[in-house]
Design a binder for this molecule. Structure first.
Ligand code: CP
Ligand code: NVA
Length: 327
């Protein structure tokens, strides 16, 4: 049922997104059950950029599934410089079972997937960060259960899981970047409306907004882009932010600090959202810039649950891509 790769949430059906979340919940509640699913399997992890969460969660995840992961940093293979991307893909294919890649250009991930027969997982490109958004939506549904005082049951049917998302609004405050794009792609599949609240000139990719809106017609999710904080954050159930300058944009960091200052997620901004709104951040965070210490350390913040959920959701993705019989 699943395609060969996980490049974008836009490539998945609603049912597939729900199945990923569903298995992630099971893996989280009973990790031992899955500890020998990938005995003898190897993942190659290609990194053109730094990472804490992505590297550790994929590497620990493979170990916990009985497999092994190999870190290939920028100094190791020099993607596209020491060797072409198609040659790297076809070489790795002869040696490993699955490839994860974090690249600057999104095209590098598409080319890896085209030339490798092994599944390729997007671990962040300049365009998308699908594993992050999947972990974020798992965090949202868990937090919602807590609010509703319902115990999260990992056996909940997929359709019921969908009901927990429908009608929610997530306000993404900051740069219309890779994380914002994947949150829109995921929101469209789950019935979560996403408001991207950004300064002029930093809007998300219009083609991604349009495609997410088209996909959202099936679930009732609407994607909006606004420069007005009040309009975008008012009543939101989730407030999300990310760094103002992404990896590769370091030279723009000082300029961006000025442009984005009115978009800092602070207590005043949080007060515009729903009283019980959840605060999320993919991390790493720059306290005092895109978010205040007060907000990120508040009871509304679930940033470390969110980081942990990268592990569970990615184990689920890997299992879906590598195993036929799951349950
Ligand atoms: N959120 C995230 O992807 O973190 P890393 O850059 O540390 O992997
Ligand atoms: N938008 C950020 C996300 C980091 C996890 C970046 O691309 O650097």
């Amino acid at each position: 049922m699943f395609g060969k790769d996980l490049i974008s949430i836009a490539d998945l059906t609603t049912q597939e997104v729900l199945e990923i979340l569903h298995l992630a919940m099971r893996v989280k509640s009973d990790p031992d059950e899955y500890s020998d699913y990938l005995t003898g399997c190897t993942m190659a992890m290609i990194f053109e950029k730094p990472s804490l969460r992505t590297r550790v969660s994929f590497e620990a995840g493979m170990t916990q599934l009985g497999g092994h992961a190999i870190y290939l940093g920028p100094g190791d293979i020099s993607l596209g410089k020491r060797e072409s991307v198609p040659d790297i893909a076809r070489t790795l294919d002869r040696m490993v079972d699955i490839i994860m890649a974090r690249t600057f250009s999104h095209q590098s991930i598409l080319t890896l997937a085209e030339y490798a027969e092994a599944p390729v997982i997007n671990g962040l490109s300049d365009l998308l960060h699908p594993c992050q958004a999947l972990a974020d939506y798992l965090t949202v549904v868990e937090a919602r259960d807590k609010m509703l005082s319902q115990t999260l049951d990992e056996n909940v049917p997929a359709e019921e899981l969908l009901e927990r998302f429908k009608g929610l609004t997530l306000a993404f405050v900051g740069d219309g970047n890779n994380v914002a794009h994947s949150l829109m792609n995921g929101g469209a599949k789950l019935g979560v409306s996403v408001n991207v609240v950004c300064p002029e000139g930093y809007e998300p990719n219009p083609a991604i907004v349009a495609a997410a809106n088209a996909a959202g017609r099936k679930t009732g999710a609407v994607m909006r882009v606004t420069h007005d904080v009040r309009e975008g954050v008012g009543g939101a159930h989730v407030v999300y932010t990310d760094v103002w300058a992404s990896m590769g944009q370091e030279k723009e960091a000082e300029e961006r600090k000025k442009v984005f200052a009115p978009y800092q997620v602070n207590a005043d901004l949080m007060a515009l959202a729903d009283k019980q709104a959840l605060f999320l951040h993919c991390l790493p965070a720059h306290r005092g810039e895109e978010v205040t210490e007060e907000v990120i350390e508040s009871d509304q913040s679930a940033v470390f649950d969110e980081a942990e959920n990268r592990l569970h959701v990615q184990k689920s993705v890997i299992l879906h891509l590598l195993t036929e019989e799951l349950e």
